[in-house]
Design a protein around this ligand. Structure first.
Ligand code: SIN
Ligand code: FE2
Length: 223
């Protein structure tokens, strides 16, 4: 075990086998290994609490298919899908209430991750929470329901590992495959903001506190 040493967090968050490192994937896209480990206890506690207010649910695509990934949101805006299309909404359609506020632990991690790779002024107003049970997947897509593509995307992985596919600007373009493990963060923006990306079916795994994969995707969706 090595000392990571960020501050006065709980002891269990300070000791980890993994040192945070930054790897460039392509221009304007980065893999920040182990960046979310430091504050994982708080992140998971905040996640549990907000999912009580806005539970995970399998949304329906405009084509009428139930998504294998279960979703919820926090922040001022939440991404939703139904027969009418994909969009951002201020209220949770399940509860008719505003989405839960974005916890400080979430916002801080998103902003620190963005600024670690040069995106200094990231102000996320939306956090999509994706839960992948074993077998769940997300096909290649672009994130383009946001108003301002100048802000990056910050994507945090917790729980079971998964293979992230990062492609080009056409669905058929060649992809690179990256292993995303518990605590990893991917940040993409600038010239890479509209790259296709997706997740291969999640496999069963061991030795994780979560028996699923959780992804937190932070975006600036409104103006
Ligand atoms: C997404 O693109 O919304 C999710 C990506 C991931 O689960 O890593
Ligand atoms: Fe996405």
């Amino acid at each position: 075990m090595r000392f990571v040493g960020f501050g006065k967090e709980k002891l269990m968050d300070l000791f980890t086998d993994q040192q945070p490192t930054v790897q460039q994937i392509v221009k304007d896209a980065y893999l920040l290994k182990s960046f979310a480990l430091r504050n994982q206890t708080q992140l998971l506690a905040d996640l549990t609490q907000l999912l009580e207010a806005s539970p995970l649910r399998n949304m329906v695509t405009p084509g009428g298919f139930s998504m294998s990934v279960a979703m919820s949101n926090c922040g001022e805006l939440g991404w939703v899908s139904d027969r009418k299309g994909y969009r951002y909404a201020t209220h949770d359609p399940l509860t008719d209430k505003p989405w839960p506020a974005m916890p400080n632990s979430f916002r801080t991690l998103a902003q620190q991750s963005a600024s670690a790779v040069g995106y200094e002024n990231f102000h996320p107003d939306a956090c999509l929470i994706n839960q992948y049970k074993v077998g769940a997947r997300m096909s290649l897509h672009q994130d383009k329901n946001e108003l301002d593509f100048n802000q990056p995307i910050v994507s945090v992985s917790l729980g079971l590992p998964a293979i992230f596919q990062f492609g080009g600007f056409e669905r058929a373009d060649k992809t690179v495959s990256l292993l995303l493990e518990h605590g990893d963060v991917v940040v993409w923006g600038g010239e890479s903001r509209l790259r296709f990306h997706g997740i291969l079916p999640v496999k069963a795994g061991q030795n994780t506190a979560l028996n699923c994969r959780i992804n937190l995707t932070f975006r600036r969706a409104g103006k």
